[in-house]
Design a protein around this ligand. Structure first.
Ligand SMILES: Cc1ncc(COP(=O)(O)O)c(C=O)c1O
Length: 469
């Protein structure tokens, strides 16, 4: 194991290199590199209206198969392990332990038991009858059947519990005592704090000071669960940088538990793997409910943990259409958004290559969304690859559209989902009129939305801004 001083030297070169970009606050730039323009793809069209089954070339599927087989951490040209040499040994150790755990029956049984008895899985695949009727009545009786995958019903209120359980078990298996993580809306922090309490691990949650203030009830809950909540200057990305530093400065006893599908290999692969229970369950539940597969899957996209959780099981079913929805914030042309796939360019950040919001000098552009956990300036490597390969399609939904979707679901189904998840529902206004009756559409409701009530009231005042359903 490398000594602390060597590690600190490397970390201070790589991760604590703080520069001013002249436009905003100090940002932590983890070796952002801008890619040459020959890799740039044309802009995403505004909603492509297609049938569910667009034929793909063979290559992306071959690459998907290869990734699955070798678990290499490379998704086409994305992913990798862009870290100082001093961290590679720890990451290799983590990768080896993760691979062993995947094939260890004792680990798998413990994981399955906690997912069932602690998280409360299976989560329902719920037929949203009134939402379905609402869209049909606006479209001459035509339209898909809409189902909600209720990840908001997990203990802790989000899909984050799936990954937190898996990774905390791994930390314990490796004999590490302390878990560090970052959170924005609090859902990653809450899930991690809860599992750490359950498994007797110490937990430190890094959170931007502004998010701590906005999500004060989540902060109190994390503290009650025994976590230390550290305030960080800046935003969610800075909290993530701080969590990486917290881990890198204490490799002998710390574990970096990311809830996002980012970071150096094996982090994004682990997150995807522990979240893939969502899609596996969805396949089984669809078979039980209508004797087939879903036709269209929809999920919000911050970095991809919830989207990949639903999509991954179906990557090779090319008749299943995969729709990811990024945050358009105040609008894609305002510069105030979090749409890294629509507007970003390829570069390296937080240890991996992916699509990033960056300026001409390769400096990170501060992202914006009304949904705090979507405010990350990049997207994970696997979704970046799914965009380039054409296997998944991506669209963007504004703050206002997400607020409408949040309120509509409250009124029609009595279900309050997080503003992050409301982005997935927000695309339905444009997507649904393009789909035939009989289409089975599943939306990933990744989190519950009581944490967002104050934000909704702050933006909507007495709620009159949303007059319709
Ligand atoms: C409930 C919920 N939904 C969506 C997201 C968006 O991130 P990702 O794209 O990684 O799922 C998050 C992030 O933590 C989240 O907590």
């Amino acid at each position: 194991m490398a000594s602390t001083s060597t590690i600190q030297g490397a970390i201070s070169r790589c991760l604590t290199d703080r520069r001013r970009n002249g436009k905003g606050p100090v940002v932590a730039q983890a070796a952002v590199t801008k890619e040459i323009s020959r890799w740039k793809l044309p802009e995403l069209p505004t909603l492509v209206i297609t049938t569910a089954t667009e034929p793909l070339t063979k290559r992306p599927i071959e690459i998907i198969e290869e990734n699955d087989k070798f678990n290499s951490g490379k998704f086409g040209r994305f992913g990798g392990k862009f870290v100082p040499e001093t961290l590679t040994a720890s990451l290799s150790q983590l990768e080896a332990e993760f691979n062993r755990a995947l094939h260890d029956q004792v680990f798998q049984e413990e994981l399955a038991t906690l997912l069932r008895d602690y998280a409360g899985r299976d989560t329902p695949l719920f037929y949203a009858e009134r939402l379905t009727e609402y869209y049909k009545s606006n479209n001459n009786g035509e339209g898909p059947e809409i189902y909600l995958k209720r990840e908001d019903l997990n203990h802790g209120g989000s899909h984050q519990m799936n990954n937190a359980i898996g990774q905390a078990l791994l930390a314990k298996r490796m004999g590490l005592k302390r878990v560090v993580t970052a959170t924005a809306a609090g859902q990653t922090g809450l899930a991690t704090a809860a599992v750490c309490a359950k498994l007797g691990l110490e937990c430190t949650v890094y959170m931007a000071a502004k998010d701590k203030e906005k999500q004060s009830s989540m902060v109190r809950l994390m503290k009650l669960l025994g976590a230390q909540v550290e305030a960080v200057e800046g935003g969610f990305k800075d909290a993530t940088s701080e969590a990486i530093r917290g881990w890198a400065n204490d490799l002998d006893s710390s574990y970096f538990l990311t809830g996002l599908a980012i970071g150096p290999h094996p982090c994004p692969t682990m997150v995807r793997e522990f979240q893939s229970v969502i899609g596996k369950e969805t396949r089984r539940q669809a078979m039980e409910k209508w004797g087939g597969k879903p036709d269209v899957l929809v999920a919000s996209v911050g970095t991809g943990s919830s989207a990949l959780g639903l999509f991954h099981e179906f990557l090779q079913d090319i008749d299943v259409r995969l729709v990811g929805v990024e945050a358009a914030g105040s609008g894609l042309d305002t510069g105030k958004h979090s749409s890294s796939l629509a507007k970003g360019e390829v570069g390296v950040y937080h240890g991996a290559m992916s699509y990033l919001l960056q300026d001409e000098d390769g400096q990170i552009i501060i992202p914006h969304s009304i949904a705090p956990e979507l405010e990350y300036p990049g997207v994970g490597p696997e979704l970046s690859f799914l965009k380039d390969s054409g296997r998944a399609e991506f669209h963007s939904v504004t703050d206002e559209e997400a607020l409408n979707a949040y309120q509509r679901l409250c009124k029609l189904e009595g279900i309050f989902i997080s503003l992050e998840a409301a982005h997935a529902l927000g695309i339905l206004d444009k997507l649904v009129p393009t789909l035939k009756s009989g289409t089975k559409l599943v939306v990933n409701c990744s989190g519950r939305g009581d944490k967002d009530v104050d934000i909704v009231f702050e933006h909507r005042g007495c709620l009159e801004a949303f007059s319709g359903l």
